[in-house]
Design a protein around this ligand. Structure first.
Ligand code: SF4
Length: 62
């Protein structure tokens, strides 16, 4: 059995690091903060991978 695929929150523009030790991550698109990486929360709660992933804007390379 293969692992369910999921988006990479660290590459998503909706991820925010809160710096709060008890809930260090926040998903701005879904409006929650959590201890787990948000994709894990979404998958555990809904049984489906997050569908709201949007890539971060590219940074200039220089
Ligand atoms: S929208 Fe999805 S991929 Fe983006 S931070 Fe939230 S849970 Fe992660």
């Amino acid at each position: 059995m293969t692992q369910t695929s999921h988006p990479d929150c660290f590459k998503c523009r909706h991820l925010k690091v809160t710096w709060r030790p008890e809930r260090p991550y926040a998903c701005l698109a879904m409006g929650f903060s959590s201890r787990q990486i948000p994709w894990q929360v979404v998958l555990n709660a809904s049984g489906q991978p997050c569908m709201l992933f949007e890539p971060k804007p590219q940074r200039p390379s220089s």
